[in-house]
Design a protein around this ligand. Structure first.
Ligand code: ADP
Ligand code: MG
Length: 715
């Protein structure tokens, strides 16, 4: 194996190439590389590669392992195999569509025999697959007039420059490429970029790497591009994953340290004068998980340091009680508490249930939503500003301009995943460093919550109230099983229960199309399926007063079947509802379906859920099956993560953090836990990373997280 620079582990005495930092490399455009003109620059740009730093961190998506290749003469029908050979010729195959063939066949020769290889799609490869070009193909060996191979992948490995080039190693890196840049060119360019870059200095402390047995950054980058062997490749991958997670975790740890240092809030030591009577009045006992979480919250509130806590608990686990306990504690200490919900339906429900629960207490609960009349709004605002309102319940209306609190000392954000970072911040700014409790039922696996909420303390309600039955969930085919599903719903109604029927999602946001679909479904159910039952309709375009009336009569049991759009997705709580039919189930996301199903997990009667759907893709099929199989939201969100991939979940809207490039949270949980522990330890030791040996790290985090983290490292 040649090119010594890429094996540049710094054996004592060996001359080292020029030293450089990632920062330096970020300042050097790809056009510095020989062979990169405007056309290639544009093609690289489309892949997000603009600088030498981007270039060397454009990691392969996989490697072709040439040590496992088979000789053509040894191939057996039915096996999967990798073959290396030279191209003899190519021809189109299949019936052309609009003048273009759907695939091509390439004849390969490897010294032991000839092999026809069929490739579907990828027609743009044809102008590379010229006679004598060496390729590696893998795929399935089939029998068709003799044997042939149907290619899953085909890569050019030939290097006209000779034996030692970047295409000749045992592992051939396969890069994400596009039409403008061919695989071979990409390999050549990356090889050149690595040479150009010289010795890349490591921003992570050497002592830390040694403790975890991780290679330094320079070696890891080289190894990942052009591996020597499998164990070293694995170690290099681990290093890059650690690198990415460690930087993010250090940023989070620094943010938390900064807040802990600078934020002073009020102490809110409750005396129990409101909380105790409230808890005594509950018609049920708290679950141990609720008790634990409430005491975690109260402990936080007692401190001067403002609480920043995330409460995670599956749908129906009883988070509202915890919120009310916190609100009452804030009021006991003389302040105001506010809770914000993402929908009007939910805000109204909270308002009704909280005011009912607190009816005996000397407390005023006030509602603020966008659909109130001018007079209602004025009255509410006056009470909020004057301090007569102790507990304020509302929607986004709470964070609008003109809403002034007298002394807001606690903010609670319900269903926090439906709000952006910015909205939570504005909410907090309505008070002076108030305590903050954000709640979510969207089950975020532990991995993700560690990362997303790295600067929040996390409390988890990990058990449901006693007596809850699993929801029997069935996927039914719209043609065959639908009528039967409604028969079963009818049986529930006959026992005095109620049901939801959820309309298929027509548009992303609730548009006129959805309203029409909802009205049609309502008509069908009221007229044909349940002509003898009271069927109601609820959708987002109804006037607030209408919505309120519909929800009130559903709660009162007057409406027996509620046809609704996703307006009821989160939070809605009617314990007597025991069945839910979700029409067009294949169009909903997994966590949305889990939330919707959660509408019927609230009583003690065995609930039923029918997913009417005709999954057209493999993914939607897997989603529906997962719901049949699992009840647990944590499990489901892992499945969801596995199906959807992770890139978008980690979006900056939620977290303010960059997307992950190398790490996969599910796969890399152990690395995440290590990286997190190390990051928090390092920051505890040196909160502003001002020690000379931490400076490269600080610079790297700044560049990664952008200028808005500047304040993190101020004393
Ligand atoms: P979520 O966590 O989804 O917000 P809620 O707070 O709406 O759940 O609670 C769901 C239902 O469970 C409500 O009707 C609530 O009154 C009830 N509940 C909450 N805690 C308990 C408990 N410890 N025992 C029995 N029922 C409870
Ligand atoms: Mg809730």
């Amino acid at each position: 194996m040649a090119w010594p620079t890429s094996r540049g582990s710094s054996a004592a005495g060996a001359p080292l190439p020029a030293r450089t930092t990632l920062t330096d490399l970020r300042a050097r455009p790809v056009t510095e590389l020989p062979g990169v003109g405007p056309r290639i620059e544009a093609a690289l740009g489309a892949l997000g590669v603009a600088t030498l730093a981007d270039m060397i961190s454009h990691y392969p998506s996989r490697h072709e392992d040439l040590s496992n290749v088979k000789r053509i003469s040894e191939l057996r029908v039915g096996e999967r195999a990798t073959v290396v050979g030279t191209v003899v010729g190519t021809r189109p195959v299949g019936r052309p569509v609009r003048g273009r063939s759907p695939g091509f066949s390439a004849q390969l020769y490897d010294g032991t025999g000839y092999l026809p290889v069929t490739v579907w799609g990828r027609g743009w490869l044809l102008n590379q697959l010229l006679p004598e070009v060496r390729v590696v193909v893998s795929g399935e060996v089939q029998s068709r007039y003799g044997i042939q191979l149907v290619a899953k992948s085909i890569e050019v490995v030939d290097d006209p420059a000779g034996e030692d080039g970047p295409h000749s190693g045992r592992f051939v890196p396969v890069y994400p490429v596009n039409k403008g840049i061919q695989a071979r060119r990409m390999r050549t360019l990356i090889h050149r970029a690595l040479d150009e870059a010289g010795r890349v200095l490591d921003p992570l402390p050497a002592e830390l790497l040694a403790r975890h047995g991780l290679p330094n950054l320079h070696d890891a980058i080289h190894e990942v591009h052009f591996p020597t062997d499998r164990p070293r490749l694995k170690a290099a991958m681990r290093r890059l994953v650690f690198h990415e997670l460690f930087l993010i975790q250090t940023g989070l740890a620094a943010r938390k340290a900064r807040l802990d240092r600078t934020e002073v809030g009020g102490r809110h030591p409750g005396d129990g004068s409101l909380l105790n009577p409230f808890l005594r009045s509950l018609p049920f006992g708290l679950t141990p998980a609720q008790e634990r979480v409430i005491s975690e919250v109260l402990d936080d509130m007692r401190l001067e340091k403002p609480m920043r806590r995330l409460l995670q608990g599956d749908v129906g686990s009883g988070k509202t009680v915890v919120a009310v306990a916190a609100l009452l504690t804030a009021v006991e200490a003389g302040g105001q508490g506010a809770i914000m919900a993402p929908t009007e339906v939910l805000a109204e429900q909270h308002y009704l249930s909280i005011s009912a629960a607190l009816a005996e207490l000397p407390i005023e609960v006030v509602l603020l939503t966008g659909s109130q009349t001018a007079a209602e709004r004025r009255a509410a605002l006056e009470k909020i500003e004057g301090g007569e309102a102790h507990v304020v319940v509302g929607t986004h209306a709470l964070i609008q301009r003109g809403v002034e609190f007298r002394d807001l000392s606690l903010v609670v954000v319900d269903e926090q995943h439906r709000f952006g970072v910015g909205q939570r911040t504005v909410f907090r700014e309505k008070g002076t460093t108030p305590d903050t409790l954000v709640m979510t039922a969207t089950p975020i696996p532990r991995t993700l919550s560690l990362t997303l909420y790295g600067d929040l303390e996390v409390s988890v309600i990990d058990e449901l109230p006693p007596g809850r039955k699993p929801v029997e969930t069935r996927v039914v085919d719209p043609a065959g099983g639908r009528a039967e599903a409604y028969e079963e719903v009818r049986r529930e109604l006959e026992e005095g229960r109620q049901a939801y029927v959820i309309c298929p999602l027509v548009e992303e946001s609730e548009a006129l199309e959805d309203v029409r679909a909802a009205e049609e479904l309502h008509e069908e159910l009221a007229g044909e399926v349940f002509p003898d039952r009271r069927v109601g309709l609820l959708h987002g375009r109804m006037r607030a007063q209408e919505k309120r009336e519909v929800m009130a009569s559903f709660r009162a049991g007057e409406i027996e079947v509620l046809v609704a759009t996703v307006v009821v997705e989160v939070g809605v709580d009617v314990a007597n509802a025991s069945a839910i039919v979700i029409e067009g189930a294949e169009r909903f996301g997994l966590s949305q379906l889990h939330q919707l199903r959660g509408r019927v997990c609230r009583g003690t009667h065995p609930p039923r859920c029918f997913l009417v759907g005709d999954p057209k893709t493999e993914d939607s099929g897997r989603r529906l099956e997962a719901l049949e199989e699992h009840q647990d939201g944590f499990k489901l969100s892992e499945v969801d993560l596995a199906i959807r991939g992770e890139g978008t979940l980690f979006g900056s809207r939620q977290s303010g953090m960059p997307d992950l490039k190398v790490a996969k949270l599910l796969r890399d949980i152990d690395v995440l836990v290590e990286a997190r522990r190390e990051a928090f330890a390092l920051v505890a030791d040196d909160p502003t990373l001002k020690r000379p040996d931490h400076r490269p790290l600080r610079r790297e985090i700044r560049e990664l997280l952008g200028s808005n983290v500047e304040w993190l490292f101020r004393e």
